[in-house]
Write a protein that binds this ligand. Structure first.
Ligand code: ADP
Ligand code: MG
Length: 361
């Protein structure tokens, strides 16, 4: 096992005018589970493939443990990769697929057998060892791909969207299996996904990428509760955080006809982006004037879509809570997020004595 240290790493593909990955710095601790998350094309696979050695590094340095691996062959990096398409050999049995990498490394036969048996036991693949991949379900194939990585006993696992080909229910099951397996083995892991829920549930820390750059690094809940930018705020969490055009005047936030008093707002006035999570909006006697447009029933909860002063807003309500076409909504001042309208960066607000919402006449 090992740490992975990524220092100022960039990648510009031949002929491209802009880098696909730019100035990435990241320290992955020994045994840590890191998830790279972001929309399609943001550079997740490129970064992962540079760590794996499948892609040349244009600038910067990758270390696995103490060793700089920039020019080390992928086979000599002591990592194991799991891909979305499994990449199993169709003509080999499950046992042979799992043993193949070890055989190539001239691992003694008895050692191969015991490692394959152990992996098969952990992944509940025992009954399928003599089958070919075509006789397996998608979930079982994914498990074989995991097994092939596990038997290698590598310093690190690298995963590129390994669950994307599975149906929604199986994805949830396999997600849990991967997490349990990683915890048990304690193997340093770098995992790529575009799925924010997968990122939230798997990661010790997640790394949000946007256009080849890091937007934010942090524990899932830290990122959820303190998004560093509007990009992160709208990407992490479902439904996406409400982002509203507001203004700061005399240390208070104006939103349409309503004035919010979060207290101690210093700095110049002017336009600002106000972020509020759907679950932080509470129906109340006074507050933001909300008009309902559409209700989506989720079972235990419902998503209520509507408007305040012409701006779209969504809130989550318990299915049992009363529903009206027109409601007033309150939000705790501690649940307000402010972002710079131009840069999208979070504006840190301080102030011990934040006060509740007030409706201006
Ligand atoms: P992600 O995995 O986040 O979807 P990728 O790392 O695959 O994103 O791609 C990041 C960017 O690099 C994209 O703009 C993509 O078009 C570009 N890219 C990826 N692979 C290549 C390649 N082999 N040659 C040129 N451009 C590439
Ligand atoms: Mg990708």
């Amino acid at each position: 096992m090992a740490s992975i240290t990524i220092t100022d790493v960039s990648k510009t593909y031949p002929g491209a005018s802009t880098p696909s990955v730019a100035d990435i710095g990241l320290q992955i601790r020994d045994g840590e589970f890191i998830v790279l998350v972001g929309p399609s094309g943001c550079g997740k696979s490129t970064l992962l493939r540079m760590v794996a050695g499948l892609e040349d590094i244009t600038g910067g340095e990758v270390r696995i443990g103490e060793r700089v691996v920039n020019s080390v062959d992928p086979a000599d990096r002591d990592i194991a990769m799991v891909f979305q398409n499994y990449a199993l050999y169709p003509h080999m049995t499950v046992r042979e697929n799992m043993a193949y990498g070890l055989k190539n490394r001239r691992t003694p036969k008895a050692e191969i057998e015991s490692r394959v048996a152990e992996a098969a036991r952990m992944l509940e693949l025992g009954p399928y060892l003599d089958r070919k991949p075509r006789a397996l379900s998608g979930g079982q194939r994914q498990r074989v791909a995991m097994g092939r990585a596990v038997v290698r006993q590598p310093a690190a696992f690298l995963f590129d969207e390994p669950l994307s080909n599975l149906d929604a229910k199986l994805r949830v099951t396999m997600r849990g299996e991967i997490r349990r397996l990683q915890k048990r083995l304690g193997t340093t892991s770098l995992y790529v996904t575009h799925d924010q829920l997968e990122a939230m549930t798997l990661a010790d820390r997640l790394v949000v990428l946007n256009g080849g750059r890091i937007e934010q690094v942090g524990a899932p809940l830290e990122v959820y509760h303190n998004p560093a930018s509007t990009f992160v705020a709208s990407f992490i969490g479902s439904p996406a955080m409400n982002l509203l055009d507001a203004r700061i005047e005399g240390g208070r936030i104006g939103l349409g006809s309503t004035v919010l008093e979060p207290g101690q707002l210093s700095g110049p006035g002017g336009p600002v982006t106000l972020g509020i999570r759907a679950e932080d909006l509470i129906p109340a006697a006074t507050g933001l004037p909300f008009r309902t447009d559409l209700v989506e029933e989720l079972g235990a909860q419902r998503l209520v879509h509507g408007h305040i002063d012409g701006q779209p807003l969504v809130l989550t309500l318990d299915a049992a809570a009363p529903l009206h076409d027109e409601m007033r909504l309150s939000v705790s001042p501690t649940k307000l997020h402010l972002f710079d309208t131009v840069s999208g960066k979070r504006i840190e607000t301080t102030g011990p004595a934040r006060q509740p919402l007030r409706q201006d006449a």
